[in-house]
Design a binder for this molecule. Structure first.
Ligand code: ASP
Length: 342
């Protein structure tokens, strides 16, 4: 009898140990995301016939930016540092329409916009119409941390830059032959528009190419950053969605979002903020909120978004033919893509 009791106690102990192990299975553990990062290099009509060598250059640019952010987040760095560093990397890459490689304005110059937002404090910094700041995103961060204001424009933005140590360049630094040719073509197309044709139809066919990043860090903080040269052939003083907090760039305690696409449409739908609010007010998932804005608010061909929520879930969606994008999280889930299905 004594042996039977001992045997039963042993069985119970074994069962308890086994159930304890199940609760800590590797699957459960690996579902918890410590950090997550997503970035984009613009959305729009990106032809699948791109020569392989050019596709490769884009993939490499996206990979390089992803690695930059990975190094920050893997070492316990902040979401804010990660998005700033990722966007700097894309600004320095002439392939993308931000920093070097920015598009030309109607007057044949470059006017740059950028914004950054810290989800944990709602701190934000934004600039429009910059002409001599090499990395607008770093100046946006200074606006956020060092100035009593959120948004500087044109000459005021340049004057603010004078008071900082950010690197300055001639406006020509932003020139690339590719964007110059694109501008020449855009001017011809603009001249060819007949009065019956809608200006909106023409704008929707113009190629886009903004850059952005969103991150969730190991302290549970979220941040978003976006930088752009705007739209090819844009008119005097045109401001796009990117530096408008809540339109092209937004982060709070729920989600961090960065947009790309037709700025006027993104702005009139206050798109990035709507994604976060839809989640908060409707209890929707990040994917559902993205679908709502892309399908119920915007029109096909308008835009793309990258976003991350406060659980480290990433969503990258667009209603354009393509979006240069990449993502990575602490579990090693990694994507680098241009079109819908690759
Ligand atoms: N959204 C940007 C703008 O309208 C353009 C882009 O995303 O490429 O300025």
């Amino acid at each position: 009898m004594k042996h039977l009791y001992t045997f039963i106690s042993f069985l119970i102990l074994f069962a308890v140990l086994l159930s304890g192990c199940e609760n800590q299975s590797p699957e459960t553990e690996s579902e918890t995301v410590q950090w997550a990062l997503a970035l984009h290099g613009g959305a729009g009509t990106i032809s699948q016939d791109l020569p392989d060598s050019i596709k490769q250059e884009y993939y490499e640019g996206l990979e390089q930016a992803l690695r930059t952010g990975e190094l920050v987040l893997r070492d316990g760095g902040s979401a804010l540092d990660a998005v700033e560093q990722v966007v700097r990397s894309l600004e320095d890459n002439p392939l993308f329409n931000a920093g070097r490689g920015s598009v030309f304005t109607k007057e044949g110059r470059h006017e740059l916009d950028a914004a950054i937002m810290d989800g944990s404090t709602l701190g934000a910094g934004a600039l429009t119409g910059l002409t001599t700041v090499k990395n607008p995103i770093s100046l946006a961060r200074k606006v956020m941390t060092d100035s009593p204001h959120i948004f500087f424009s044109g000459n005021g933005a340049e004057t603010y830059a004078d008071q900082t140590d950010v690197e300055r360049v001639d406006n020509d630094y932003f020139h690339t032959d590719r964007r110059y040719e694109q501008w020449e073509r855009a001017q011809e197309e603009a001249r060819a528009i007949t009065p019956e044709e809608s200006i909106h139809d023409w704008i929707k066919d113009t190629k886009f190419g903004t850059v952005g990043a969103v991150a969730y860090d190991s302290n549970g903080n979220l941040a978003a950053a976006t930088s752009t040269g705007g739209m090819t052939n844009k008119q005097f003083g045109r401001v796009g969605d990117v530096p408008i907090i809540g339109s092209g760039t937004f982060a709070n305690h729920i989600a961090a979002i960065s947009a790309t696409g037709w700025g006027e449409q993104i702005m009139r739908n206050v798109s990035a903020n709507t994604i976060a609010n839809y989640m908060e007010f409707k209890g929707a998932s990040l994917d559902e909120a993205m679908d709502f804005v892309l399908n119920e608010r915007l029109d096909p061909g308008d835009a793309g978004f990258i976003a991350v929520d406060n659980q480290g879930n990433i969503s990258m969606k667009m209603n354009t033919a393509g979006m240069f994008r990449a993502s990575l999280n602490s579990n090693g889930d990694r994507t680098v893509m241009i079109w819908e299905n690759e």
